[in-house]
Ligand binder design. Structure first.
Ligand code: ZN
Length: 366
């Protein structure tokens, strides 16, 4: 039996909810964590046709990229689309779960999949998160070094770029005197004890803090575990918004725009003045990402792909950069593959469906 909480733990390992932006409403929106899941339908937006499709497929879990509602509702008369979705979901015991800006903020998330589809190499985050990393220092007796370090890494610590299990270890002696009523793992009450220990240092992102500390405490043999947590000012290159990568080989601007049109199945692309230069460095941000135009410029990108660009923003584009609006729905269409892939990898025999409903509210007359 697969429960809602089992599905959620897979989704949240991929896109931790702590990474969502303040305006967002990602997470479990309706349903109980201990409910049984009959099937999962993955979509970008929740509209009534998605609820119909889920019912036909026998799915009681709808996993969307965009939350169907962002702000508090006070009336439930069904007069708005948001109210209708919520009422139908609750009435039919449907679980609604959204993974939105947290899925945008991981390197292999929405923008990462866009870059993969375009075949970009040397991908990195365009706008990395700041003040996100913590250094953990823990003192571990030699007999338990392997078990504790393994648990700490498994909980999400120790990743730097494409390397995991990163730590620094130095041996020394720990001292302690166990007091009355204590239960020392080693040594005896009332006597100062010297124990060979390893000072184990590693780093972790803030959103993994609770899991990592719990894993450390659960696997450590001491009654009182000595550990330090230090906030770091290093940038976290693994988390943040947008992606920049390179084309190999480079190509002309019209050639690249044609490729984008094909890959994203676009009826039309809006773009700024061409520079008549080759395109090698490509920056992108799925959805509304014009606020990162300066980061795209400073990163030396030849082109910046995003969506929802207003008229006046086009005047801010310097001659060194080509800007292209590829549509909000179109730029994020592969988000459902990102979500479905992690579920299928973890639950290979479970019913996971990608929606066949086109939820794009925008049409084009050509
Ligand atoms: Zn979006």
């Amino acid at each position: 039996m697969v429960l809602v909480k089992d599905i959620i733990s897979v989704i949240e390992f991929k896109a931790p909810p702590g990474l969502q932006e303040s305006y967002d409403n990602s997470g479990l929106l309706t349903g109980r964590r201990d409910q049984e899941v009959t099937g999962i339908l993955v979509c970008l937006d929740v509209i009534p046709e998605i609820l119909d499709e889920a019912a036909k497929l026998g799915c009681n879990f709808i996993l969307s990229h965009h939350p169907p509602f962002f702000s508090a509702m006070k009336q439930f008369s069904g007069n708005s689309l948001q109210e209708e979705i919520l009422i139908r979901a609750i009435r039919n015991d449907i679980i609604l779960y959204a993974s939105h800006t947290n899925l945008d903020s991981v390197i292999d998330g929405v923008s990462g999949r866009m870059a993969d589809k375009l075949g970009l190499i040397n991908q990195r985050i365009l706008v990395p998160r700041e003040d996100d990393l913590i250094k953990l220092v823990c003192f571990i007796p030699a007999s338990h070094l392997e078990a504790v370090s393994k648990a700490i890494f498994a909980a999400g610590a120790g990743t730097i770029g494409k390397y995991d299990n990163c730590s620094f270890q130095v041996s020394g002696n720990g001292t302690f005197r166990a007091g009355k009523g204590s239960h020392p793992f080693t040594g005896s009450i009332g006597t100062v004890h010297y124990e060979p220990e390893t000072r184990f240092e590693t780093i972790l992102p803030k959103h993994r803090l609770n899991q990592v500390v719990k894993a450390m405490l659960d696997s450590h043999p001491y009654e009182e575990v000595a550990y330090d947590l230090f906030p770091l000012i290093n940038i976290n290159p693994a988390q943040g918004l947008g992606i920049i990568g390179e084309l190999e080989p480079d190509c002309s601007e019209p050639e690249f725009l044609k490729r984008v049109k094909e890959v994203f199945r676009l009826p039309v692309i809006r773009y700024s003045r061409m520079r008549n230069k080759q395109v090698r460095k490509v920056a992108m941000c799925g959805g509304s990402g014009i606020q990162f135009l300066n980061q795209a410029i400073f990163s030396g990108a030849d082109i910046y792909l995003t969506a929802d660009i207003k008229y006046h923003s086009w005047f801010d584009v310097p001659g060194s950069l080509l800007l292209a609006d590829i549509g909000h729905f179109e730029s994020e269409q592969f988000a459902i593959n990102v979500l479905a892939d992690s579920l299928i990898e973890n639950f290979p025999k479970f019913a996971v469906y990608l929606t066949k409903v086109n939820t794009n509210p925008i049409n084009y007359l050509l």
